[in-house]
Design a protein around this ligand. Structure first.
Ligand code: ZN
Length: 273
């Protein structure tokens, strides 16, 4: 019974090549059971396949979520906000500095930063601008920029000029003369160290301040000196009062800028344009 087979005869209607199929009798008697087993196996396969697909998909999503978290951490909104606020404050301080020296405020539209802004790089970008501005602020403090007096009445320019005493013949004027009220405050135009403070021949009472980058400033014909040699002074600090000491024809400040031991035109340092 166990190995019995049932013959199925397939008859060709054209009368040739009839075929006989031998099928286990068991299969014919219990086909429902076998069919159920086959269906079960197929269902199992489908379930396994579905599970694999779901697993793969969730792995992809997991990776995406991790990536998103990473980006979120990189952006670090509060830090970026803090940095930008610090940039605002730097610009405010720089503008105050320029304003105190009677200069037009700067336009910060193009600082030469990177052009393509990737959102992930926002913190690096903020740091970049912050650094640039800090550098600029430091440079502004150590380079003599602007006017040491509140007056902009320049009565004599740098270069060759007619002799102011004799009225004829040319003489080289090593600085600029700014006319002002006797006793008006004279302020240094950059951070530095007082190199000389005292009587200096035709300059009268004179102060020379040494700055970074081989730059010096000289303030002549003062009526009073309020700093001493070797004093460390800050940009905008009062160093003395306007006067007419030495070879002077009236109250004015003689102002010089000395670069690499050469007297240069202070006018170049009055403005950025
Ligand atoms: Zn002069």
């Amino acid at each position: 019974m166990r190995n019995r087979k049932t013959s199925i005869l397939i008859i060709n209607t054209e009368g040739k090549g009839n075929r006989t199929l031998l099928i286990p009798t068991k299969l014919l008697l219990h086909w429902k059971k076998y069919f159920a087993v086959v269906v079960l196996v197929i269902l199992c396969l489908i379930t396994a396949l579905g599970f694999t697909i779901f697993h793969r998909t969730s792995e992809i999503y997991q990776a995406e979520i991790e990536k998103a978290d990473k980006i979120k951490n990189l952006i670090n909104v509060p830090k970026a906000r803090q940095t930008f606020q610090s940039i605002d404050e730097s610009i405010f301080r720089i503008n105050q500095l320029l304003d105190s020296r009677g200069l037009a405020q700067m336009n910060f539209e193009n600082m030469g930063g990177p052009e393509n802004i990737d959102v992930i790089k926002i913190n690096e970008l903020a740091d970049f601008y912050k650094e640039q501005l800090n550098d600029l602020e430091e440079t502004l403090k150590s380079v003599p920029i602007g006017n040491p007096t509140l007056s902009d009445n320049i009565i004599s320019k740098y270069g060759y000029r007619r002799n102011p005493f004799t009225g004829h013949g040319a003489e080289y004027h090593s600085g600029i003369d700014i006319k002002g009220e006797r006793g008006a405050s004279i302020r240094t135009t950059a951070n530095g160290t007082v190199e000389f403070a005292g009587w200096y021949g035709g300059y009268g009472k004179c102060v020379i301040v040494k700055h970074e980058n081989n730059l010096k400033t000289l303030y002549g014909h003062l009526s009073e000196i309020s700093v001493s040699e070797s004093d460390k002074i800050e940009s905008g600090q009062i160093i003395g009062k306007l006067g007419s000491t030495g070879r002077s024809s009236g109250p004015h400040l003689h102002y010089e800028i000395i670069k690499n031991n050469e007297k240069v035109n202070p006018n170049d340092y009055f403005n950025f344009q």
